[in-house]
Design a protein around this ligand. Structure first.
Ligand SMILES: Cc1cc2nc3c(=O)[nH]c(=O)nc-3n(C[C@H](O)[C@H](O)[C@H](O)COP(=O)(O)O)c2cc1C
Length: 384
């Protein structure tokens, strides 16, 4: 595999490797794509204030998030059904372990949590508020038994599927009929097809972490039919777990404060689901500073959405994030080259962070502050 030097190149390779529908399913973005685009554009509005001397020859990226030590402040955000590669979450887990970082395992992952923890001990189990309290409690218990390092509860999904550029058709499994329907686009992607042929399996949308493994669409239907949680429901959920507990999808200051003070979250992810849910929500990085200020040191704040290079990570950290999580970038690496592709993406981030630290004259990610940035007027959004 030829090494790539940017996430943009990983994306290009993923586009060339994946059947069109699969590529589009990952790209996603809701409705007119306003939030998806703002996640990217906002990082480009931020600038740096570099130093030319007095820097450090040794620069550290090590930190800890949710009680686990990581070698770089870039975590792999949970993403569902990684059928972009036969090794899916297993490849992602091995890559996370080899680069010394942590991953979130999606509630709708295509690999069982018991298979992932032995590959990457720094795995957080992600849950949605879906199904009965008994079913949710059983998932928490299963995560504990498997040895998950923490829980991530994602609360920002709005079941909005319409996209102005058309939604891809996603079959629940590839039987002969659907294979025939997808044959023309799959035939154009021989590398992807050959990988699956070699693996002896077919891509399917199984969700083994949902009890009874009903398949993606049944699990999704149950989730859609579940009334949204109250703050009391979330406090109940928190009470089932005594370890690190992240609420993911927070954009507003008032929600952030309730999640920490009423629910007892130890970490928040300022996130809009990568622009995949309520279109019109601003870029997560615009909402970051206000949330950091509101929760102070009562919780760790991470950011996800639109992070595409090491310098984006440094910008988020300078605005107060403890670390970032990435979604599409590692899925593109996975699609392009499996485990080495995910490792390559993490290496792109690592070298980019190091360059930015060098330019800013900082010896560690902990030294970053807003003084390293040029923040244009009107950049921040304080929601709530
Ligand atoms: C294809 C895809 C699937 C996702 N599935 C999940 C999921 O199952 N659970 C979850 O909490 N977030 C999910 N997310 C959101 C990511 O965890 C993360 O918030 C988002 O991808 C970050 O934005 P980025 O892709 O710009 O890095 C998904 C995102 C994508 C693109």
């Amino acid at each position: 595999m030829a090494w790539f030097e940017s996430v943009a190149e990983a994306q290009r390779r993923a586009r060339r490797t994946l059947p069109r529908s699969v590529y589009k399913a990952i790209l996603a973005g809701a409705e007119r794509g306003q939030t998806y685009r703002d996640n990217l554009d906002a990082f480009a509005e931020l600038g740096f204030a570099p130093h030319v001397a007095g820097g450090s020859a040794v620069r550290s990226q090590a930190t800890s998030v949710m009680g686990v030590d990581v070698d770089l402040p870039v975590l792999l955000s949970p993403t569902g059904v990684q059928a972009v590669h036969p090794e899916g979450e297993r490849a992602v887990a091995r890559a996370a372990a080899s680069r010394g970082t942590a991953m979130g395992l999606s509630a709708l992952a295509s690999t069982a949590i018991e298979e992932i923890l032995p590959l990457c001990a720094k795995t957080f189990a992600q849950l949605y508020w879906a199904g009965s309290r008994e079913a949710i409690a059983a998932r928490v218990e299963r995560a504990r038994a498997a040895g998950a390092a923490g829980l991530i509860v994602t609360l920002d999904w709005t079941f909005s599927h319409a996209r102005d550029w058309g939604s891809p058709t996603i079959p629940s499994q590839l039987d002969l009929r659907t294979m025939a329907r997808f044959a023309p686009e799959v035939a154009l992607r021989p590398v992807w097809l050959a990988r699956w042929v070699r693996s002896g399996a077919l891509p399917d949308l199984g969700v083994p972490n949902v009890e009874g493994a009903p398949g993606f669409f049944a699990a999704y239907g149950e989730w859609m039919g579940t009334p949204p949680p109250s703050w009391a429901d979330l406090a109940w959920l928190r009470g089932l777990w005594d370890g690190p507990f992240m609420v993911k999808g927070v954009m507003r200051v008032d929600d952030a404060v309730r999640a920490v003070d009423d629910v007892g979250a130890t970490a928040l992810s300022v996130s809009n689901h990568g622009g995949n849910n309520l279109d019109g929500t601003p870029a997560s990085v615009r909402a970051l500073a206000a949330v950091v200020e509101a929760v102070g040191d009562r919780a760790e704040v991470v950011l996800d959405g639109g992070v595409r290079r090491g310098s984006d990570v440094v910008k988020a950290l300078a605005l107060g994030a403890r670390a970032v999580m990435i979604g599409r970038p590692y899925l593109w690496g996975l699609a392009a080259h499996g485990q080495p592709g995910v490792e390559n993406v993490l290496d792109v981030f690592k070298t980019g962070i190091d360059s930015a630290l060098l330019g800013l004259g900082r010896a560690s990610v902990q030294e970053l502050s807003v003084h390293d940035l040029l923040v244009p007027e009107g950049f921040h959004r304080r929601l709530g």
